[in-house]
Design a protein around this ligand. Structure first.
Ligand SMILES: Nc1nc2c(c(=O)[nH]1)N[C@H]1C(S)=C(S)[C@@H](COP(=O)(O)OP(=O)(O)OC[C@H]3O[C@@H](n4cnc5c(N)ncnc54)[C@H](O)[C@@H]3O)O[C@H]1N2
Ligand code: MOO
Length: 455
């Protein structure tokens, strides 16, 4: 049986072996530098913004900080059902009034008096505390007695306790979650200013690709067309067309010239084979190559080009995991900037097992968390069982507080089996990583153990 990883390191090493033809002078950028170029391009132009009703803002990104339009609470509020009292007790109960949430206030409460009050109701002027109904007793003469000491201000939520009008509640770049919508509504918003999603078109190249059925006669299923649109949407893009162009240079040139998208993503055709048309077409289109190859495995032929001000193209290699590598190396930081997302902090974990490194290049290797929470733990166990890699329990100690990840097999450039079971991709530096080494992790936007979604 062949080593399921042979497609990865060995293939890359073979390209550098003593018998390999002398490589062309290296234009490829180091992995971190390539990501920085993409991130800078993403923030080079001001984002377009739009105003949307709260109900349609889910998943959008705040274009401006969310500032409170009101004090919260906007009045002194009773936190409990019971009695508003003024001064020391016992108190004479006002039989003529009670205060309900949303109702007009009663007049001021003089010292020595108590009035019934509901949770959420405005505390009358002059009241010094609220006593919960279960903590007080009314006697036959209409007097209220507290069962325990009453402290000043107890069970009253003072106006402005959560925020004052004008306070910054959330920074620009925050993803609008259901909780953000709730907070915005409470703080007085009907609409939110959000960043317009970058428009992305996908061009899938390759005459060998089938859109349905089983592979036959040298033809294979297109794995990237169906995968990229939802992945790009998860990265904050508004994906228009996914077009299959075959290996037709003219069709590619026309599509590149006519697309009005902010970002064009191509798959395949990045290398120097007889029908690899991406480089010649970019030359003909007068594009500026900002990244032309990256020192990363898989995916080293990936590229990033500026087609015109505000329009660019990410060329993903055709090998499916190499395409994922290009997606996370170039498209993700580019789209993050264009979509107005804030950059996530670096997320590191230690590897449970040794990971072979490339001698000069970074490797991106699918991993699962060894001991996640809830479904992530089950996913890890399932993924490891499927890969015949043990139970999923990590070292548990001596990890320096880092979570533990397990590198998955089936990580060759043409394979999606590893990444489909993964929580993220480990960034393995040249030379590799030994058990217990901390490494950077690239989260997947849907990973259950993500520190944050849309990272
Ligand atoms: N002489 C050299 N050949 C290659 C090199 C090299 O350095 N020198 N690099 C290899 C590496 S690494 C990669 S990655 C690929 C990149 O190739 P392309 O971007 O030109 O992609 P294609 O040749 O079109 O396809 C490569 C491979 O992927 C399959 N493929 C393409 N599209 C899809 C799709 N949508 N779904 C599933 N599979 C797809 C295609 O059938 C090929 O098998 O170049 C190497 N060659
Ligand atoms: O190794 Mo390529 O870079 O197959 O992706």
């Amino acid at each position: 049986m062949t080593d399921p990883d042979a497609d990865g390191v060995d293939e890359a090493l073979a390209l550098l072996g003593p018998q390999a033809p002398k490589p062309e002078p290296h234009r490829a950028l180091p992995w971190a530098e390539a990501r920085s170029v993409a991130a800078r391009l993403g923030t080079a132009h001001p984002t377009r913004t739009r105003r949307v009703p709260l109900g349609r803002a889910l998943g959008e990104v705040l274009a401006q900080p969310l500032a409170a339009l009101t004090d919260l609470p906007s009045f002194d509020t009773s936190a409990m059902d019971g009695w508003a009292v003024a001064g020391p007790g016992p108190w004479r109960i006002r039989e003529d009034a009670s205060v309900l949430a949303g109702h007009a206030p009663t007049g001021p409460l003089p010292d020595g008096e108590a009035v019934r009050i509901a949770t959420g109701a405005r505390v009358p002027a002059g009241a010094t505390a609220v006593i919960r109904s279960e903590h007080a007793r009314a006697d036959a003469t209409g007097r209220l007695h507290a069962h325990r000491d009453v402290t000043h201000g107890q069970d009253v939520r003072p106006r402005g306790q959560e925020c004052r009008s004008g306070d910054r509640l959330l920074p620009a770049g925050t993803v609008v979650t259901p909780a953000v919508i709730g907070l915005a509504a409470a703080a007085g918003y009907d609409e939110l200013d959000t960043v317009e999603r970058p428009r992305v078109d996908v061009l899938v190249l390759g005459d060998e690709l089938l859109t349905t059925g089983l592979p036959h006669d040298g033809l294979i299923r297109d794995a990237l067309g169906p995968m990229l649109a939802p992945w790009l949407r998860a990265l904050g893009a508004d994906v228009g067309a996914t077009r299959r162009l075959g290996d037709d240079a003219d069709a590619l040139h026309t599509a590149v010239s006519e697309s009005e998208a902010d970002v064009l993503i191509t798959t395949g055709g990045t290398a120097a084979g007889p029908v690899d048309h991406v480089h010649p077409v970019l030359g003909k289109a007068g594009a500026e190559l900002l990244v032309d190859g990256v020192k990363v495995r898989p995916g080293h032929p990936m590229l990033l080009a500026r087609l015109a001000p505000g329009r660019c193209l990410v060329g993903l290699p055709g090998n499916p995991l190499a395409a994922v590598s290009g997606l996370l190396t170039l498209a993700e930081p580019l789209l993050r900037g264009l979509a107005g997302h804030r950059a996530p902090g670096p997320y590191r974990a230690v590897v449970r097992d040794e990971v072979h490194g490339h001698p000069h290049d970074t490797r991106l290797v699918p991993v699962v968390h060894a001991a996640g929470r809830g479904t992530a733990r089950d996913t890890a166990r399932d993924a490891l069982r499927a890969a015949g890699q043990g139970s999923g329990s990590g070292p548990g100690s001596g990890t320096g507080g880092f979570p533990v990840v397990v590198p998955l097999h089936y990580n060759g450039p043409a394979m999606l089996r590893g990444i489909a079971a993964a929580d993220g991709l480990a960034v393995i530096p040249p030379g590799g990583a030994r058990p217990g080494d901390p490494v950077e992790i690239l989260d997947l936007p849907w990973s259950a153990t993500s520190e944050g979604c849309f990272t």
